[in-house]
Design a protein. Structure first.
Length: 161
C-alpha cells in the first residue's frame, strides 16, 4: 500500500488525489506525508475542505491550512479565491507554495513540531517543544473566551496528534 493509499485510508475525506499531492508536497519540504495529512486534518476541522472557515469572530482563516487574508495576499491571492478551489487545487498550488516558501527560508520541516509551526506560528520553528507563544498568540476573543488553548509548541503538537 502506497503512502497516499495509507493517508486516504486513514482520512477518507481526503481523496486519493489529494493524498498523492500531500505526499509530493511533503517530499518537496523534507516532511513526513502522514504528519502533513494530520496537520491538514486538524487545521481544516477534520473536513479536508478548502472552504472551511475558522468560526472565531473576526477571523479570516480559511482552507486546508487556515490561510489568513494577509498570508493569502502575500502569496498573490485571497481567502475568497482559495475557498473557491477544490481541495486538490488548493493543496497543489497554494499549500505547496506556502510551505515551499517556509522551507526555502527556514530549512527542512522534517521535525514534526517544525512542520506544525510552519502553519501555526512560524516564529517557533526550530525553537523546540517548550517554546512559549506568549500572550500575543494565547489571547481571548472579544467575548472573553480563549481563542487558542495552545501556550507552547508542545501543546499545539498534542492537539494535532
Amino acid at each position: 500500500m502506497s503512502y497516499a493509499d495509507q493517508i486516504h485510508a486513514a482520512y477518507p475525506l481526503a481523496s486519493l488525489e489529494l493524498a498523492e499531492i500531500l505526499v509530493s508536497i511533503a517530499k518537496d519540504i523534507d516532511a513526513d506525508p502522514g504528519l502533513l495529512a494530520d496537520l491538514i486534518q486538524y487545521e481544516s476541522a477534520q473536513t479536508f475542505s478548502p472552504s472551511v472557515r475558522n468560526p472565531k469572530p473576526g477571523s479570516t482563516a480559511t482552507g486546508l491550512i487556515q490561510f489568513i487574508e494577509a498570508t493569502a495576499e502575500d502569496l498573490g491571492t485571497s481567502t475568497a479565491y482559495l475557498a473557491s478551489l477544490s481541495a486538490e487545487e488548493q493543496a497543489d498550488v497554494w499549500v505547496r507554495k506556502y510551505l515551499t516558501r517556509v522551507y526555502d527560508s527556514r530549512g527542512s520541516l522534517a521535525v514534526e513540531s517544525d512542520l506544525y509551526m510552519a502553519v501555526f506560528y512560524p516564529k517557533a520553528i526550530g525553537q523546540g517543544l517548550d517554546y512559549s507563544f506568549g500572550p500575543a498568540v494565547t489571547g481571548t476573543s472579544p467575548d472573553g473566551t480563549p481563542w487558542n488553548r495552545s501556550t507552547t509548541t508542545r501543546d499545539y503538537r498534542d492537539y494535532v496528534r
